[in-house]
Design a protein around this ligand. Structure first.
Ligand SMILES: Nc1nc2c(ncn2[C@@H]2O[C@H](COP(=O)(O)OP(=O)(O)OP(=O)(O)O)[C@@H](O)[C@H]2O)c(=O)[nH]1
Ligand SMILES: [Mg+2]
Length: 252
């Protein structure tokens, strides 16, 4: 079973080596890491190349030119993971908010699901103790009220960025119709999953705050998220399970 972990990075030079180390230390057969870097000025891309040279069979780097946002980085990363023949694809942040230790549990759950979500808002899921009430309130509002009301989402953690996809689930999605650049990409993908009728399992995680480095969550990214939610509904509400793309069989 080939598992590709897609890790988008922008200025994560202090985190990337350690997160790759933890991922490889899981000791899962067939696991490889794909770092998708957007020309980070701090040299993350260069360090990623060094890691790839050190672990040629299990670390790869996709260099994108200029910073175009998380959504586009993920789309390119997913395409490459599929082209590499991945059976399961993980998406996660580089800053340790998403602990690699959950990946074996995700894999087990994927046996009965199309998508597994690392969820902060199912029973057992927890947030970093450092979060103040305002941040907790905003996150709760975005998940429990805003996206649920506007999109009718059933998942508890609609903004989650930690997911494992089966190959067929990702292949069934027309990336050409996914237009979000920033973090709202996560919501757009969750909505599309539900419209396409995928089996979604939410597993509880502890969401830890970024250990080192600076946040890329700007006001612009937040504004995009608030504004685009209705657009997402308008774009995808007609999707039905029959609209899943049929994978093209690889040439024999
Ligand atoms: N390739 C790429 N990666 C990005 C971009 N923006 C953010 N990332 C990465 O996406 C992941 C999530 O970004 P974070 O800055 O941690 O966002 P956040 O978790 O909402 O904010 P924090 O509070 O800082 O943790 C990290 O691994 C980032 O390096 C981008 O434009 N391009
Ligand atoms: Mg983060």
């Amino acid at each position: 079973m080939k598992i590709v972990v897609v890790v988008p990075t922008f200025n994560e030079v202090e985190n990337i080596e350690a997160i790759v180390g933890e991922l490889l230390a899981l000791g899962l057969d067939g696991l490889s890491v794909l770092i998708v870097d957007d020309e980070s000025p701090d040299g993350t891309g260069k360090l990623a190349d060094t890691l790839a040279a050190r672990h040629p069979s299990c670390v790869n780097v996709l260099h994108r030119h200029e910073r175009h946002g998380l959504g586009l980085a993920y789309k390119d990363g997913f395409r490459q993971a599929l082209a590499e023949g991945a059976d399961a694809i993980v998406q996660m942040d580089a800053d340790f908010s998403h602990s690699p230790r959950y990946i074996p549990h995700f894999l087990e759950a994927l046996a009965g699901a199309d998508v597994v979500i690392g969820s902060r808002y199912v029973k057992g899921g927890t947030l970093d103790e450092q979060w103040g009430w305002w941040r907790r309130f905003l996150s709760w509002w975005a998940n429990a009220v805003y996206t649920r009301l506007l999109l009718g989402l059933h998942v508890r953690d609609g903004t989650a960025g930690y997911k494992m996809w089966s190959r067929s689930a990702l292949e069934g999605i027309d990336f050409g119709t996914i237009e979000s650049n920033g973090y709202i990409f996560q919501v757009e993908m969750a909505y599309v999953c539900e419209r396409l009728g995928y089996r979604i399992v939410e597993l509880p995680i502890h969401f830890e705050d970024r250990r080192i480095g600076r946040s890329k969550m700007s006001m612009r990214v937040k504004a995009e998220a608030a504004m685009r939610t209705l657009e997402i509904r308008w774009r995808h509400h007609r999707l039905r399970p029959r609209d899943r793309l049929t994978p093209i069989a690889p040439a024999a």
